[in-house]
Design a protein around this ligand. Structure first.
Ligand code: PEP
Ligand code: MG
Length: 592
């Protein structure tokens, strides 16, 4: 990443990724973690294999005991995050790690450390091939688990974060979620790391602790010394080392303003998102796992607008049973009651392959056998999920959402399978609810064009702008070389959304939005002006968007749209938004 050095004052800036917002100023405390990375390979004789395997098994046992006692010692305010550590406990016995290491010791006649290293990098490689950032970040979970076992095998001391007795900012190559969970809020002000990204669990824990964190700095541990004075700006993802007096004064003021503003916004999170002219919008949360509901509730979310169910399939080597899925969905629905939970059916392949069913090679996976196409080709897998959803629907308000619809036949075929899932539940005498809303994600231009026909077949539309922008503009959403062209404010996207909303309205159906577009305040005047009735986003963005909605008049956004729809370029559209809403939007955005 970029390092800007200012030799005269000694101040320099490191640029990384914002892991958790906020600003903290203080002394650096370096967390030393050498050792685990330097593992040597040696061969073990046939007669030593059994004892080498036992050495590995014992290390795993000790690692699990250590982790269990960390879980037991997690303070009350962090209990919501222990699910991450519980997952790590399970990973210790994961086939990819545990069985594979033993197999390598036996087959290659090598030491346990080397075998574990080999098994880990193989598993990590598999996860890293997944381009979805959330799932790709699970590679880090495997690494954390492997590190703990490795440390025990090699007899390396663990970093004892709970033992730090000064008020400091942690500087580490990486921090595991277990270590992050031991952070004492009265001592650790924030942390920065060389590795890691926004979707890592370490960031998730930092965000729920509400301490600033900047990750992916690459060189922090080599250029920062113990006791160096540093400023961590988690909002911008930068770290200022040895700040000048002027920078320090500026940041002290920024930190004060940020704290006041954040407190105001969170306090108002429970208030409804009612626009300045009295129109109430629902602002919902996007989740991948039931555990994330707490975040949605704490941030004042009005329900779950998108439950990406594929995670329950991806983080394992086999398919979940109907019973397992039912339990997960039921828990989600009950925890969120009386608010609705929108369960999206399996959206795998494309960028999210599942290990239990590797797909044959596809030259263009984004255009391949993904989401609803996969489910209709594998009706037995689809039906298991549909039965679980219909059963969970008897415990609260469930909406069912079908992803990547590109033609009307896919809708009628899906509804036929939903009906037959209901019939089979009836025959089995299991409680279920077929009387639920069924919607489709509009992510493919053909669905947008056919929105009038599709609106007759379903109860609601939810626009997945992440994919709709990708397919409309022909820009791979994960390709950094074309990222500068990827823009939801493209006039073609805006006109397409207008068409979708008009078609839905003509049939008296609502249109929602659940892509990343909804979480960026700059887009809000256009989203409201287009007639979207409900927005769904990452839980942390909910209070800010609700706060913005309260300051905007929908009548003004409708007037804005008359002119936006006449513009042909992104920059002209941005200019219009800035002229009409600039004062309010930009003062809020820059106050972040
Ligand atoms: C989208 O495409 O906008 C969406 C919400 O779905 P996902 O990001 O899971 O593809
Ligand atoms: Mg999508």
């Amino acid at each position: 990443m970029n390092n800007h050095e200012n030799g005269a004052s000694g101040e320099f800036i490191l640029t990384g990724i914002s892991g958790s917002p906020g600003i903290c100023i203080g002394k650096a405390y370096l967390v030393d973690r050498e050792g685990v990375d330097v593992i040597e390979k040696y061969f073990v004789g046939q007669h030593e294999i059994k004892s080498e395997i036992n050495r590995f098994k014992n290390a795993v046992k000790k690692a699990r005991t250590e982790l269990s006692s960390i879980i037991d010692g997690v303070p009350e305010e962090l209990r919501d995050n222990t699910y991450i550590l519980e997952t790590h406990l399970l990973l210790h016995k994961d086939k990819m790690l545990y069985d594979k290491t033993i197999e390598i010791i036996k087959k290659d006649h090598v030491n346990a450390e080397w075998a574990l290293k080999k098994a880990t990098s193989r598993a990590v490689r598999m996860f890293k091939q997944i381009t979805d950032p959330y799932l790709g970040a699970r590679a880090a979970d495997i690494e954390h688990v492997s590190d703990r076992i490795m440390r025990l095998l090699a007899g390396i001391e663990e970093v004892n974060i709970s033992g730090i007795d000064k008020r400091v900012i942690l500087v580490a190559t990486h921090l595991t979620p277990a270590e992050t969970s031991q952070i004492q809020l009265n001592r650790i002000m924030g942390f920065i790391t060389d590795h890691g990204g926004k979707a890592s669990h370490t960031s998730i824990v930092a965000r729920s602790l509400e301490i600033p964190a900047v990750l992916g700095l690459e060189t922090a541990t080599s250029v920062i010394k113990n006791d160096n004075f540093i400023i961590v700006d988690g909002n911008q993802g930068i770290v200022i080392v040895n700040p000048s007096e002027e920078t320090l004064l500026d940041y002290t003021e920024l930190r004060r303003r940020y704290a006041i503003r954040r407190a105001d916004i969170i306090r108002s999170g429970e208030l409804p998102a009612e626009s300045a002219d009295g129109i109430v919008f629902r602002v919902m949360g996007n989740i991948e796992l039931p555990e994330e509901i707490v975040g949605v509730r704490d941030n004042g979310g009005d329900g779950i607008g998108l439950f990406r169910t594929e995670f329950l399939y991806i983080a394992r080597n086999d398919f979940p049973s109907e019973e397992e899925l039912y339990e997960q969905y039921r828990e989600t629905v009950e925890l969120m009651a009386p608010h609705p939970v929108t369960i999206r059916t399996l959206d795998i392949n494309g960028d999210k392959e599942i290990p239990s069913l590797p797909t044959p090679h596809e030259d263009n996976p984004a255009l391949g056998l993904r989401a609803i196409r996969f489910c209709l080709k594998k009706p037995e897998i689809f039906t298991t999920q549909l039965r679980a959803i219909l059963r969970a629907a008897s415990h609260g308000t469930v909406r069912l959402l079908l992803p990547m619809i590109s033609g009307c036949e896919e809708i009628s075929e899906s509804i036929r399978l939903i009906d037959s899932a209901a019939e089979s539940l009836e025959k089995d005498g299991l409680p279920y609810n077929r009387d639920i809303q069924i919607g489709i994600m509009i992510e493919v231009p053909s669905a947008a064009i056919l929105a009038d026909a599709m609106a007759e077949m379903v109860d609601f539309f939810s626009i997945g702008t992440n994919d709709l922008v990708q397919y409309t503009l022909a820009i791979d959403r994960g390709n950094p070389h074309v990222a500068h062209l990827y823009n939801a404010m493209h006039p073609a996207v805006i006109r397409l959304i207008r068409h979708i909303v008009d078609c839905a309205r003509a049939k008296d159906k609502p249109t929602y939005i659940c892509g990343e577009m909804a979480a960026d305040p700059i887009n809000l005047p256009v989203i409201l002006g287009l007639g979207i009735e409900e927005l769904s986003m990452a839980p942390q963005s909910i209070p800010e968007i609700k706060n913005m909605i309260r300051r905007i008049s929908v009548a003004d956004t409708s007037r804005l749209m008359v002119d936006v729809l006449k513009k042909n370029t992104v920059s002209e559209i941005h200019e219009l938004i800035k002229n009409r809403f600039g004062d309010m939007l930009y003062s809020e955005i820059y106050a972040r």
